[in-house]
Write a protein that binds this ligand. Sequence first.
Ligand SMILES: Nc1nc2c(ncn2[C@@H]2O[C@H](COP(=O)(O)OP(=O)(O)OP(=O)(O)O)[C@@H](O)[C@H]2O)c(=O)[nH]1
Ligand SMILES: [Mg+2]
Length: 216
Amino acid sequence: MHKITHISMETDVLAENRHLAEHNLERLRGSSVRSVDVMGTTGAGKTSLIIALSRMLMARGLRVAAVAGDVTGQDDYDRFQAAGVRAYNLNTGKECHLDANLLDRTLDGIDLLAVDFLFVENVGNLVCPADFPLGTDKRMVVISVTEGDDMVRKHPMIFQGADIAVMNKMDLASYMGIDVERVKADYRRLSGGKELLPVSVRTGDGLEALADRLLG
Ligand SMILES: Nc1nc2c(ncn2[C@@H]2O[C@H](COP(=O)(O)OP(=O)(O)OP(=O)(O)O)[C@@H](O)[C@H]2O)c(=O)[nH]1
Ligand SMILES: [Mg+2]
């Protein structure tokens, strides 16, 4: 009995989140804002990547904003602001993922008509964000060569639910001795043929192709 109550409560939470995510997507598209939920491991380079991509999109004439999602603090928010990316801080308190309700409330404070592209940096981990779509156009997962070559196999859910998967810090690949081809093959198998994008924020490799994917 207890177990059944628990399951139905969980279903309600996920259903409510999906409903709110649809509302967010309508709201964003209604203001012609394109958006991406940037998920990934802690320290994979989500903030660094968003800053680099924002600069590229701004150079292409787009007005960019970023939501800095974290459990606590404003480190990423400060980095976005310092890099000239208009930013909004979003702390979950203790939750290990953003959710559609939190994003909805954050959107209340954003002049969406003054934004063409919105990055939403999720809390860093490959587990919790998987179940909670936010209502962005795309979901992207970022991992890096320092986490090893088994991330796709260990966390299939988040990769299955993502439109784009990125492996960052390719400049360190040879030092880490990582088998990148193995990760690519895992992702290809899991996603039904999609390609993992290797990038390096440090060298800029792969970033233009990624910016094209985000806008495509
Ligand atoms: N060598 C190398 N270091 C990188 C690269 N991209 C990011 N870093 C470094 O990796 C560290 C973590 O980067 P962040 O951008 O803070 O990572 P994050 O995923 O936003 O981290 P959290 O928000 O804490 O989960 C920083 O020291 C970055 O300078 C890269 O392509 N190559
Ligand atoms: Mg970050």
